[in-house]
Design a protein around this ligand. Structure first.
Ligand code: FES
Length: 120
């Protein structure tokens, strides 16, 4: 049985606790490198880095306030959005083709280097 590492959001197996780097472009166009443990949601990782990202519904795919734009070369590498997420994204003003709800993206080791832009 593997050891467990505790994060603010959940428990993750220790082998998955290797920090993952995410490149975040903020609302002013500045670039910030966010380091987070695998297992966190992207929304929580961005928030823990002190960047402004909203989460009105608490990750229930109901508000869309956590929307981010995924860099095109990363978009196809993510687990696809389910129909509920797609429906919500389709209702949001100014939807982009690579938009996702950050609360629905679980950080994994394979996402090291992921590039996202915060919603404007
Ligand atoms: S926090 Fe509401 S949809 Fe992500």
């Amino acid at each position: 049985m593997s050891a467990i590492a505790k994060t603010d959001e959940c428990f993750v197996p220790e082998q998955d606790a290797v920090p993952i780097t995410i490149k975040v472009t903020d609302r002013e166009g500045g670039q910030v490198r966010v380091t987070a443990a695998a297992g966190l949601s992207l929304q929580m990782a961005i928030r823990q880095a002190g960047l402004p990202i909203r989460s009105v519904c608490g990750g229930r795919k109901a508000c869309g306030t956590c929307r981010v734009r995924i860099a095109p070369d990363w978009f196809a590498r993510l687990q696809p959005a389910d129909q509920v997420e797609i429906n919500l994204l389709n209702c949001l003003k100014g939807r982009g083709e690579s938009d996702r709800l950050s609360c629905q993206i679980r950080i994994t080791a394979g996402l090291d280097g992921l590039a996202v832009t915060l919603d404007r």
